[in-house]
Design a protein around this ligand. Structure first.
Ligand code: ZN
Ligand code: FE
Length: 266
């Protein structure tokens, strides 16, 4: 499975998935249809699936336009988004599985940013063919739940819910690639340094991310391992973050730093 990252709108990423053996494509969180349609044209592959993580317009805005061109494509989303995602056909809950080409994804229910938010985790596979051997690692599409160096705002959920959602993602293998839906990394790391200033992995990451952005490169995908080392919203149980929050109680730590981030203006 090849993954193409399309930058659209101000800071969104749309992900086009391509199975080169079957020559079929899918898309995760199409903010708009135009960029996706030209990528599909270039690949010469039909769209068979639209995987939505949640109902916000910058994640579903392309659904209608894509279905006009590919009416057979199946639209997936969370069961609680049943009335909020246009043309949704499959209503997913925690533990459900979806297929694309030779890959299978497990669905995670990750409320917090919205009450219906889900994530898709494509599990690693080992492939042995005449042309190629090797692992394909896990791929996580998490919408606006986990960001590089940060997490989504709590529009419809509590700190405890978001903590629980991120805790599920934290248990995935460290080498899982994380495809976040926004390029928010630099702002997130700037804030992270205010609550975890002595973290040398974080300091180093800031230097690298700054260099990447100044070259116009994307900082996505990230990995679960890197987030565990440097993202304060994955580190509510680390002493440095607890000290910054002034409490050791998980959801209070989380609420405190989420609140500080909401009011942070860099
Ligand atoms: Zn959103
Ligand atoms: Fe978004």
């Amino acid at each position: 499975m090849n993954i193409y990252r399309l930058p659209v709108l101000t800071d969104n990423y749309i992900f086009v998935l391509h199975d080169p053996d079957k020559n079929i494509a899918a898309v995760v969180d199409p903010a708009e249809s135009k960029a996706v349609l030209s990528k599909l044209e270039e690949l010469g592959a039909p769209l068979v699936a639209i995987f939505n993580t949640h109902h916000h317009s910058d994640h579903i805005g392309g659904n209608s336009g894509l279905l006009k061109r590919f009416p057979e494509a199946i639209v997936y989303g969370g069961e609680k988004d049943r009335d909020r995602i246009p043309h949704q056909q499959v209503f997913l809950k925690a533990g459900d599985r979806v297929k694309f080409g030779d890959r299978e994804a497990e669905v995670f229910f990750v409320p917090g940013h919205t009450y219906a938010h889900i994530a898709y985790y494509f599990e690693p596979i080992f492939k042995l063919t005449s042309e190629s051997t090797g692992d394909q690692g896990g791929e996580l599409f998490c919408g606006d739940t986990l960001f590089a160096g940060g997490c989504g705002r709590l529009f419809e959920g509590t700190p405890a819910e978001m903590l629980n959602s991120l805790d599920q993602l934290r248990q995935l293998p460290d080498d899982t690639r994380v495809w976040c839906a926004h390029e928010y990394t630099l702002g997130n790391l700037k804030f992270a340094l205010t609550v975890d200033s002595d973290n040398s992995d974080l300091q180093e990451r800031m230097v690298m991310a700054t260099a990447m952005r100044s070259r116009g490169e994307a900082t996505i995908p990230t990995t679960i391992g890197l987030e565990k080392r440097t993202n304060p919203f994955m580190r509510w149980d680390f002493p440095a973050i607890q000290r910054s929050a002034g409490t050791e109680i998980g959801d209070r730590v989380f609420a405190k730093i989420r609140g500080q981030k909401d009011n942070f203006s860099g």
